[in-house]
Each structure stands twice: as C-alpha cells, then as structure tokens.
Design a binder for this molecule. Structure first.
Ligand code: ATP
Ligand code: ZN
Ligand code: MG
Ligand code: MG
Length: 452
C-alpha cells in the first residue's frame, strides 16, 4: 500500500461499530479503521492530528502488549497506525456515506486527522484461494459470559440473570432494538454443545450487533435492512453445507443446512484448542435463558483450555469485584490524583500500555492493603475485562479444493480464528459503568422480574 498514492476507488465500505468505521481494499486483504465522533462536534474536530495519532497508537499498544498476552498470540493482529492524505479521506467519507446504516449516523467519520489503523482483512485471509468458492466468515460479539460472584453485588438478581439478558429488556424498551434477542452469553460460554448450538441459533435469528456473516469479504447478514433475511441467507449457505450422514444430499432441508452451518462454523472451531479445563464447569445458568428450565440435561462442560472462548472468558473474569466493588477503588485513585496530579503518569492511568502496565495488573495482590497501587491495579484489571466483554470473534472458513478434511475434521474447510476490537476503555468510563449498571438492574427489577 503506497500511502501517497491512495485512491478512494480502491476502497469500499466494510462495516462500523460505535467508535470506528472500517473500509476494505477491493483487491488486497487489508482494511482501514477510521475513528468516528459525534455529529454535533463536526464543526470543531475533537482531536489534533498528533492527538489522533497518539490515540490510535495507544490502541495498537494496548492490543499488542496487554490483550495479546492475555488472549493468546495466535488470535490477535494489532495492525499499525497510518497517516493518509486528507483529500483521500474526504473523498472516502463521501463515497461510503450512503452505505452506512441510518442508526449509526449520529456519528461522523474523522476526516480531519488523516490517521487510521491499518489491519489485515480478517474476513478475507490472504492465504487462500485454492478454490473459486468464496470464503465464509462469521463474526460473534459474545459479551459477558459469567455471573458476578463478588460479595459487593447488592442486588441478588445480578447473580441469577446475566447482564446481556437484563440489558436486552432495557434496549428494547428504549427503542434501540425492535425485538428482543433470545441469545444468552452463558450458553455460548458453557462448553455444552447443545447450549452453544442454541446460543448461535438465537444469534442468527436476531443478530442485532452481535452477529454477522461475510461471504467473499462482503457482509451479507447482520442487522441492516440492506442485508439478507434468514431464508435468503440459507440459500447462500446451502451449497457449502450439503453434507451429513449421507454426504452431499441435495434434498437437504433448510433446517439441516442451518444445523451443519452452526456445527462447522461455530461449534467445531470454537471448541478446538486442546482438552483440559479452560473453565466453564460449575458455572451456573442464567435464569433468562430458555434452556435453564432443563438444567439437568444442559450442564456446563469445561471449555478446552486453549480455546478462544476460554481465553476470552478468563480475561473477562479479571472483573472479579463487579462494578459495585470496583467503584470505591476508582474513587480512591481519583482522590489520590486530585491531591497528586503528577502521579497520573507513574500509575499509568492513561498508559503507556506496555509490559509494565500488564505486570501491574497481573501482580495485583489478592487482599486490599489500602494503597493506591492496589486500587489502580484493580481498575486496570476491570478495564481489561471490559475490553474482553466488548471484543468480537472472527471465524474464517476457507473452502478447500477437494473433499479433504482438515485437522478438526471439518468437511471441506480450513478455518482460522481471530479476535478484534481490543481498544482500551478510558479510566473515567468507570462512573458511567456504575450508572449504567444501576439503570439496567433497576429497570429489570421494575419490569421483567415482576412478571410471573
Ligand atoms: P464496537 O461498537 O463493537 O466497539 P468499534 O467501533 O470499536 O465497534 P470494530 O468492532 O473494531 O469497531 O469494527 C467495526 C466492524 O468492522 C467489526 O464489527 C467488523 O465487522 C469490521 N472489522 C473491524 N476490523 C476488521 C478486520 N481487521 N478485518 C475485517 N473486518 C473488520
Ligand atoms: Zn443470560
Ligand atoms: Mg466492535
Ligand atoms: Mg470497540
């Protein structure tokens, strides 16, 4: 990629989240991830070019030096910061505008800094293409996979119904989503194949912003009116998943195609990564999940210790005090910084995100000794856990040329797994998280929990 010869015609809209917009190269397996900010601020750019560069470099450092060791080297591609010609960025923003989903347009793409993050396109691995069949990729944003067991939790409901399921009620009531999703993260992280199968099925039925499918690098399924409905999706998937007991059966029902798709794209890949105990056993059910009514048949099994789900769950569980137990420690740090503003650097409140930051949070003592060091280490742990609760898993399936089966016994596919969206959450997001937690829980207690 020659940065001085950038042409907007070589790039197309790929997708976006709450904080960034992503464009992909039409030929090479590359994406550019550009920052977004609220439309009201568009008159005065919120960051100078140097601040934007520093901000994105922080994201790269956090991803490569903090999240990568925790989640596993093989899953993470941190990318690099690039400076782009402003004219290119402006043309690009005009070009992609009409493809953006309306509900995302309260934010605009940053066209002033010229800085972006350049990453490999994980929906389209460069190592292909032995066949003419387009690559499939599924993206799952799994969210938090455990119930808090901290003694600081003040509302019992938080130990029974998971955060995602409670949040659903709030999101539907506030109009963010039209319909409620039946997905429960505890089922996905359970290690039990039936529960995981049901979790993926619910994601497909109501993808919201937790599930997408890409074919040949293009998003074909997810939450947007422009995309396919479920039955058209199955027509796309059908040629890939026509196997079963009597292999390559062209009369297969849609239901069987869907089952094969879930089996191959999710279960086999998400459960690969050795045997051993990667957590999961003994973890409880979420009472909002449909499967919780039949617990005896759907117990949790241990996740393979090196599986992507196990690594994500372990990292999420660094939040072991819950926001309610963490908040007083946050206040301790905040108070200390008011008294000694110069300590901000030494305590690495806003980075740098390197080895020292990781060590601080890994060497945190188990008991509170009343120090600001302890408090800051717990806040660091909480922020890392927050990032792991917000990341996405990308599973890429490359159809292989013959009927050969790969190591995992997937018929006709080779697969790879990556984790993306590993931005650090700012220090001062903690009070916001406490308020959000209170809002979600009290809304749930007032409405859903009151139902029989
Ligand atoms: P969120 O609101 O989830 O925090 P975000 O604004 O931080 O999202 P990302 O999740 O990093 O943004 O990117 C938005 C979308 O762009 C992703 O959901 C994914 O579909 C796509 N995407 C991001 N990075 C890549 C990549 N390296 N390869 C392929 N697609 C990508
Ligand atoms: Zn749940
Ligand atoms: Mg994201
Ligand atoms: Mg993000």
């Amino acid at each position: 990629m020659e940065l001085d010869k950038m042409d907007e015609n070589d790039w197309k809209y790929h997708g976006e989240g709450n904080k960034s917009l992503v464009v992909s190269h039409v030929q090479h397996s590359r994406v550019l991830r550009l920052l977004k900010y609220p439309a009201e601020d568009s008159e005065n750019a919120p960051q100078t070019p140097d601040q934007a560069f520093r901000h994105i470099q922080n994201i790269v450092d956090f991803s490569s030096s903090v999240m990568r060791p925790l989640l596993g080297e093989k899953f993470i591609h941190s990318g690099e910061v690039v400076r782009l010609p402003l004219e290119f960025v402006r043309q690009l923003s005009i070009k992609v505008q009409h493809q953006r989903p309306a509900w995302r347009c309260n934010k605009v793409m940053d066209i002033y800094s010229g800085c972006a993050l350049c990453l490999p396109n994980l929906t389209l691995p460069s190592l292909h293409q032995s066949t003419h069949t387009p690559t499939l990729c599924i993206e799952i944003k799994p969210k938090c996979g455990f119930l808090p067991s901290s003694k600081h939790v003040s509302k019992e409901i938080k130990t029974k119904v998971c955060r995602f399921c409670m949040h659903q009620h709030y999101k539907v009531a506030s109009g963010k989503w039209k319909r409620s999703s039946l997905y429960c993260p505890l089922d996905l992280f359970s290690g039990n194949r039936q529960r995981m199968h049901s979790a993926i099925k619910h994601l497909i039925e109501e993808p919201q912003n937790n599930f997408k499918i890409f074919k040949g690098g293009q998003c074909i399924y997810g939450d947007s009116d422009e995309l396919l409905d479920l039955s058209s999706l199955l027509q796309h998937l059908r040629p890939y998943f026509l196997f079963g007991n009597n292999r390559f059966n062209s009369h297969m029902t849609n239901k069987a195609v869907l089952n094969n798709f879930i089996q191959v794209s999710s279960l086999n890949v998400l459960l690969s990564g050795g045997r051993g105990d990667g957590g999961g056993k003994g973890r409880s059910f979420c009472e909002a999940s449909l499967l919780s009514r039949d617990r005896s048949r759907h117990g949790s099994q241990a996740l393979p210790s090196d599986s992507v789900l196990s690594r994500i769950l372990q990292t999420q569980m660094l939040d072991n005090l819950d926001i309610e137990g963490l908040y007083p420690l946050y206040r301790r740090v905040e108070q200390h910084l008011q008294d000694f503003p110069k300590e901000r650097g030494r305590l690495q409140v806003d980075g740098p995100y390197g080895e020292a930051f990781l060590q601080k949070l890994q060497k945190c003592p188990g008991e509170d000794d009343g120090s600001v060091e302890f408090a800051v280490a717990k806040v660091h742990q909480y922020r890392v856990a927050m990032t792991a609760k917000d990341c996405s898993i990308m599973v890429t399936l490359v159809p292989s040329s013959e009927e050969e089966e790969d190591d995992e016994g997937l018929p006709g596919f080779s697969s790879s797994v990556s984790i993306l969206d590993l931005d650090p959450k700012p220090f001062d997001s903690v009070p916001r998280q406490l308020r959000l937690d209170q809002k979600i829980v009290s809304y749930f207690l007032r409405t859903a929990a009151a139902l029989p």
